[in-house]
Ligand binder design. Sequence first.
Ligand SMILES: NC(=O)c1ccc[n+]([C@@H]2O[C@H](COP(=O)([O-])OP(=O)(O)OC[C@H]3O[C@@H](n4cnc5c(N)ncnc54)[C@H](OP(=O)(O)O)[C@@H]3O)[C@@H](O)[C@H]2O)c1
Length: 359
Amino acid sequence: MGVECFVTGGTGFIGQHLVAYLSAQGHTIRVLMRRPERLAELREQIDTLGGCASRVFAVAGDLQRDTLGLSLADREVLRHASVVFHLGAHFAWGLSIEQSRAVNVEGAKRVALLAAEQKSRLVMIGGYMLKNHDHLQRIGIDPRYPQRTNWPAVYRQVGGYEASKLEAHFATLDVMAARGGEMTVVHPATVCGHSRTGHIVDGQPLVELIRNLVQGKLTAVPGTARHWLPLVTVDYLVELVAACAFDPAMAGQELLALDEQTPDLRELLKQLAHPLGIKSPNYFISLRLLKLLLRIPPVARRLNTQPEALDFIQTTRFDTTAVEQFANRHGIAKPEIRQSLQHTATFVNSHCLARGQAR
Ligand SMILES: NC(=O)c1ccc[n+]([C@@H]2O[C@H](COP(=O)([O-])OP(=O)(O)OC[C@H]3O[C@@H](n4cnc5c(N)ncnc54)[C@H](OP(=O)(O)O)[C@@H]3O)[C@@H](O)[C@H]2O)c1
């Protein structure tokens, strides 16, 4: 039976796929939109992605505004939402502490308050760096005592986007604990295009990687033979997120959505290059050296890379037993990641590089 859902970030990459999936399942979806006049465009996209556009509605608002900038009438309508999915975020490199906090931390707290107040289940999208405990320790976060974190120091080390996502996670847990709200967090790895169509949108980290490969800016593999960029396909992720929302056992739980079969970075680049008939790099450049080079602005511009992006390339391996068991329990099949990479490269080449932006 269909239920009412409220989705923030529903116009974004993962959000579009989530709204398409949920609406195809018969749910009614209300999407927080800064520009509600773009609903027709969103609906068209939802249909293209296999969803049911007539079940999708806009709610005017902004994560940066008090009480999300909702009208009283919309606030009443949203009270019927069984689930609030929070995906909205300001994703960009080089954000200041103020810019990133205003949307990613304060916005997340506002969404959590709304969910807790009206007793909706909150499904929050975090990020997989929250499950890299060595990394958290290195940058001064002890997940058992997040209140001891020197946040400005974390922002200086890892940049506004990542730091604000980390801070938002702990701030949201606090809000929900204080208000007795029910919350599930899904932590995705870097998101790959759709496993069959390759659909992805411009601005996603993987699109930039493919762009750099095609434009000959990636002449060496960042890191070593042990480095990888963990991925998850958008369709697998969205199925996991939706299943979490309606599984009572997932209340109060966190799920790492990451495909352990993602190849190492050199092989990943090979898989992306193959369908495009281009060469991928064979040699490595140390991450430390690359980060130093990227501090020189003309070099960063020339290579179209920011030092913050390199933090996601790592040697840490993750325990994915929980997500595999969860997927099995819900009958969710994990797509083949190498094929998904090839489809994504083909999609990016024909939609993002050749014809401009993909929605
Ligand atoms: N993509 C990844 O590889 C990845 C990996 C791990 C975690 N995540 C997390 O997953 C979530 C979704 O990511 P994504 O890749 O789908 O992001 P995206 O494509 O950049 O979309 C961001 C969404 O947030 C909305 N948004 C931004 N600022 C807002 C504001 N002030 N008020 C209301 N809405 C606002 C955007 O709306 P507009 O249309 O108005 O701009 C858009 O719908 C984020 O929380 C991200 O941190 C993503």
